[in-house]
Design a protein around this ligand. Structure first.
Ligand code: ARG
Length: 263
């Protein structure tokens, strides 16, 4: 029952809503993953997932809630071991994971993308042959790198990092030549700490093939994020799907969206 086993509980600014004594939903998440879950310079937990959690669990459903830092690579076993109640960690819904957990309805669309140094001559998937690529361990970015490696006849050097900022640092420090990761998180880096030093590999890809409003860079996959539950937690899952539908309809979702994804 206790969140302690998974690590320090992080309290988001304003997350202690709801009536006193109401049940607390513990949320496993790998932080930092800006703009979804990260700490401000003041040490406050914030992000798109953090605000959606506040809207869904606390404002709509009346629970208290608390984020629990956990390694992404072991986040599903941690959920199933009872270290926390749900996962909210910019987690992509896929078949492999669906065998171990149940997912809410999708709440965000993402794409795997490639970021390289500004002066790189990599401008296509083919150019990735022989390259050192950084990914976060256990992610769909790691899976996309693996499938690209197969397409390249094995000629790709995949370097796995525990957290995504480590992969970005490795790119800046010339320890890898590319990072494969979720588009909006990589965009924060391209336009933030990596500004002027890194860029997306451009081109069309999975997003335009799927007929989606494609971002202006190469997309390797189209993915949807979901909140993950233990397979016996149907009642909470249904409540959360209801709350997600409500906030999508009443404008709360759009307000949160525009806070993190302007323009
Ligand atoms: N969307 C990707 C996945 O599900 C990456 C998620 C990483 N999340 C995080 N909070 N570090 O594999």
């Amino acid at each position: 029952k206790s969140a302690g086993a998974a690590g320090a509980a992080l309290t988001a600014a304003g997350c202690l809503g709801g009536g006193g004594g109401s049940e607390t939903i513990t949320i496993g998440s790998d932080i930092p993953y800006r703009p979804f879950e990260y700490e401000t310079t003041d040490g406050d937990l914030t992000g798109f997932d953090v605000d959606i959690a506040q809207a869904v669990f606390t404002e709509e459903l009346g629970y208290e809630h608390e984020f629990v830092q956990t390694s992404f690579d072991t986040i599903i076993p941690s959920l199933n071991n009872g270290n926390f109640r749900v996962i909210m960690s910019a987690m992509t819904i896929n078949d492999e994971r669906d065998e171990e957990v149940d997912f809410s309805d999708p709440y965000f669309t993402a794409y795997q993308t490639i970021v390289v140094r500004e002066d790189s001559d990599i401008s296509s998937e083919e150019d990735m042959a022989g390259v050192r690529v950084g990914v976060q361990k256990g992610t769909t970015g790691a899976a996309a790198a693996q499938s690209l490696k197969e397409d390249l006849g094995g000629d790709l050097d995949i370097n796995e990092y525990d957290q995504i900022p480590d992969a970005f640092s490795a790119l800046l420090n010339n320890q890898v030549d590319a990072v494969i990761n979720d588009n909006t998180v990589s965009a924060e880096f391209v336009n933030g700490d990596g500004e002027g030093q890194v860029r997306f590999v451009e081109g069309e890809g999975a997003a335009s093939e799927a007929g989606q409003d494609a971002p202006p860079y190469l997309t390797l996959t189209v993915e949807n994020y979901g909140i993950a539950f233990r397979e016996d937690d149907d009642e909470l899952l249904e409540e959360v799907n209801g709350a997600l539908a409500t906030i999508k309809e009443n404008g709360t979702y759009d307000d949160i969206y525009s806070e993190y994804f302007a323009g």
